[in-house]
Design a protein around this ligand. Structure first.
Ligand code: FAD
Ligand code: NAI
Length: 328
């Protein structure tokens, strides 16, 4: 029996790889610096209920992903979300309906990664700082200086800037990952005790500090007692205001929201801000995965493909496929 495979990152890419390897009879061990799984698809529990602060919804365009989303739907992990969509440009709000099928996790976005993780062995609150190879096997070192291993292969499934530092054993892969620029996103949740008098349930925003807003209660199986909105600032605004205090970010985005939504917006009864430092790659790639199969080192994530949920899942599948192919 060979040593297990280490997977760093329990976002969708890492879990997609873990599932495929587990299904092929391989032993995996997962690590994440956070206290739970999901990464940018995580949902935050709060006094206003669960908040999808990262990925808002996802589309499925690749045939393989379409099929897997149908399986997730049959298991009750996801449902279609068909919001009253709007767009806002030059301060003008207008309906913007379309035919696109959009999916969300139920009852929260993190339900998907939680279900995928299942009972797989995982170390949470464990930030890996170094990945090094002995004569035959890999060892991981965490931020407390503790070693984990031995492992036969390692899959790094973190955002590119975090992956590049862990890829030093394969300088070519490290420099490819280092070339990927990822932009930040400030996310704010605002809850109102009385529902706002607006038909908007989702809105693409341009020419504004905001880029997107969504009404939580319009998503399937969400809390409807309180009217919670998730606002995302644009990459440009987020970059320019990276170090602003959370209070100031809430104040700015609340103001921008009140200006564009076209109805009275009282002070929120609950508010929260979250900064995603590595939210989205500036451009898409077609790598699928970065791999050094002879070494047994792989890097995957949304940044290897489309920078979306679908890209993360596909990239994890590709990492598993390449690893299994090499073992045959
Ligand atoms: P991640 O989800 O980032 O997972 C990486 C994991 O690695 C994390 O759990 C992290 O804690 C862990 N990690 C990092 N470094 C270490 C380390 N050193 N040691 C251990 N663990 C580590 N996509 C869409 O398709 N639709 C959307 O509407 C959408 N909206 C978005 C809105 C926002 C604000 C953000 C931030 C993203 C959005 N996305 C959206 C993108 C989508 O969330 C990502 O493409 C996808 O979730 C990425 O998955 P991943 O597994 O590649 O990475
Ligand atoms: P999609 O097809 O719904 O949206 C793609 C883009 O098309 C949108 O960003 C928007 O600009 C435009 N668009 C789509 N439908 C529209 C409509 N009805 N009216 C006006 N404009 C419309 O979804 P896809 O391709 O799966 O993209 C995922 C979404 O995730 C995008 O909105 C993207 O911006 C967002 N995202 C956000 C991140 C962040 O950090 N804030 C990171 C990664 C993705």
């Amino acid at each position: 029996m060979s040593a297990p495979i280490a997977i760093i990152g329990t976002g969708l890419a890492g879990l997609s790889a873990a599932q495929a390897l587990h299904a092929a009879g391989q032993e995996v061990q997962l690590f994440d610096k956070s206290r739970g799984s999901g990464g940018r698809m995580a949902s935050k529990r709060s006094e206003a209920g669960s908040l999808d602060l990262g990925a808002q919804y996802f589309t499925a365009r690749d045939r393989r992903f379409v099929e897997v989303v149908q399986q997730w739907q049959a298991r009750g992990w996801v449902a279609e979300w068909a919001p009253h969509l709007y767009s806002s440009r030059d301060g003008r709000l207008s309906p913007s309906p379309d035919e696109q099928v959009r999916w969300v996790g139920t009852p929260r976005m993190s339900a998907i990664t939680r279900a995928l993780l299942g009972a797989l062995p995982v170390h949470f609150a464990c930030r890996i700082t170094e990945v090094f190879r002995g004569e035959q096997h890999w060892t991981l070192q965490d931020a407390d200086g503790q070693n984990h291993g031995p492992f036969s292969s390692v899959i790094i499934a973190t955002p590119a800037p975090q992956a590049s530092g862990l890829l030093s054993a394969a300088p070519k892969l490290a420099s490819a990952a280092a070339s990927v620029i990822m932009e930040p996103t400030w996310a704010v949740a605002l809850s109102f005790a009385m529902a706002l008098d607006s038909p908007v349930e989702g809105c693409f925003v341009q020419d504004n500090p905001l880029a997107w807003l969504a009404r939580s209660r319009s998503k399937p199986e969400r809390d409807t007692l309180i009217d919670t909105w998730i606002l995302h600032a644009s990459s440009t605004w987020s970059r320019q205001h990276l170090d602003l205090s959370k209070e100031a970010v809430i104040e700015h985005l609340h103001g921008a929201f009140a200006e564009m939504i076209g109805c009275a917006v009282p002070a929120p009864c609950f508010s929260l801000a979250h900064r995603w430092l590595y939210a989205r790659p500036t451009s898409a790639h077609e790598w699928g995965v970065l791999a050094d199969s002879d070494l047994g080192l792989y890097a995957c994530g949304d940044w290897c493909l489309s920078g979306r949920v679908e890209g993360a899942w596909l990239s994890g599948q590709e990492a598993a496929r390449r690893l299994l192919e090499h073992r045959q």
